[in-house]
Design a protein around this ligand. Structure first.
Ligand code: HEC
Length: 188
């Protein structure tokens, strides 16, 4: 008799232990817009977008992104200095802002990534993903390929949710009106 009770108690304990405590709703991966923007800002900082897309101010520690013109691309009013064509056979040239680069592909200018009409103001998320994943100018299907030194080939490996977070952050920053010049083809 004692053995039967013992078995029953063990069995009851087992049932209680295996019964779910409460019916909690399944956790989803949805994050708030504020969290998405914060994640995008961190990615932009870590991935060095400011290195090329923000004009610089000189500080005691060297050049730093100009917070007033953050991510606004190559300044439209900057006149590039003349360079020795001979030197281009061996070097790639950056301007002091590191927003303009001259190499075998010609001269390319870092784009305005702020939500201004001269930047990505009218861009859809789909366009941004196409620019970053397929290296298409303005993220348009049949546009030209993006030029160096925009390292989109590496960025194309990012998960979509990271790219979407970057886009949400870019859409949240201060719009800066700056019509970046068109790329210049290589000098003959
Ligand atoms: C080493 C320099 C460099 C870095 C770093 C860089 N970019 Fe660029 N980016 C450029 C240049 C230069 C262009 C313009 C290329 C062209 O005209 O084809 C460009 C173009 C783009 C474009 C396309 C704009 C358009 O109008 O089609 C997007 C979007 C972009 N960059 C986003 C980013 C983001 C986001 C980051 C960081 C994750 C980043 N870039 C980092 C140099 C850079």
């Amino acid at each position: 008799m004692k053995t039967t009770y013992f078995i029953l108690i063990v069995f009851a304990t087992f049932i209680v232990a295996c019964t779910p405590k409460s019916k909690e709703p399944l956790k989803t991966t949805e994050i708030s817009l504020a969290d998405q923007i914060a994640m995008g800002e961190q990615l932009v900082t870590v991935l060095g977008c400011n290195d090329c897309h923000s004009p610089k101010v000189m500080t005691a520690h060297g050049p730093a992104p100009d917070s007033l013109r953050l991510l606004s691309g190559h300044p439209a009013n900057e006149v590039l200095a003349a360079y020795d064509k001979e030197i281009l056979k061996s070097y790639v040239l950056f301007n002091m802002n590191s927003t303009a680069t001259t190499g075998p592909w010609g001269t390319s200018f870092a784009a305005n990534l702020t939500p201004d009409p001269t930047g990505i103001g009218s861009w859809t998320e789909e366009q941004f993903l196409r620019a970053m994943k397929e290296g298409k100018w303005k993220g348009l299907e049949n546009s030209r390929n993006l030029l160096p030194p925009m390292p989109w080939q590496g960025y194309s490996q990012m998960p979509d949710e990271d790219l979407k977070a970057i886009f949400a952050y870019l859409k949240s920053i201060k719009p800066v009106s700056n019509p970046v010049p068109m790329a210049i083809p290589p000098a003959l």
